[in-house]
Design a binder for this molecule. Sequence first.
Ligand code: OAD
Length: 263
Amino acid sequence: MAASCTTCCASSPHNPTLTEPCRIPDALIDALRKARHVCVLTGAGISAESGVPTFRDAQTGLWEQYNPQDLATPEAFLRDPELIWRWYRWRRDLVAAVEPNAGHVALARLATLVPRMTLITQNVDGLHQRAGSRDVIEFHGNIFTNRCFVENCIVDCDTSAKVPSCPHCGGHVRPGVVWFGESIPSQALNDSFAAAADCDVFLSIGTSSQVFPAANLAEIARDASAVVVEVNPEPTDLAASIHFAIQARAGAVLPELVDSLAE
Ligand code: OAD
């Protein structure tokens, strides 16, 4: 179903993707102009150009170097809370030291150009908000929030401690992210599924589409007849069954897409 660009890219039924640099297809701009509701799902790839490592990219991805079962599960935290806290503090410091990139900024601008936009991110880095996006649905939580491991409430605590203690119950404090084996916060889940089912255009940006239930969202949108678009330098399994697979970096293609829409 994916479209090929006839102006600047090799057009072949066996490689139905648009490669960088690429003019944004008129049909995509047309769909965005007509859209009543645009739903966007982002993953680690959108923050890659800010210098935040992705999870599954060969060589540079975090899960290429570390085992997620050792660092991103409640069992791992119970085994060695200090190790997990240290790892997340390293990631938090890394994210705090970088800036949103042109892809984040373009999505904040896109929200001003369409009647309604829902921005869902799997990222925990807060870079969309720092780029000016509002009401971002944080599907996997936020690395700058802290939760009591025992009571699960959000707590304010001294994060420089080895493993902070909950000011209410004295239990260990953990980062406010969703770990493997844990449920997505119910409001984020419900709002995201509703937005995917309701939108006219769905953009899947910088995600490998391997982690569920986030990966269900594009399928829900596609089944509800939305125009589905992927932006990813490495096409995922989703690419073959959607309308546009743009094989490019988010920071290169999104500003171009938003400029074309604004013309
Ligand atoms: P992945 O690391 O699985 O995928 C990142 C995707 O971004 C890959 O498909 C890359 O090809 C693509 N990419 C790299 N650079 C890009 C760029 N400049 N522009 C656009 N795309 C680019 O990350 P996610 O799909 O986000 O969960 O991973 C999903 C979840 O798995 C994460 O939220 C995290 C992880 O375990 C939790 O921590 C619960």
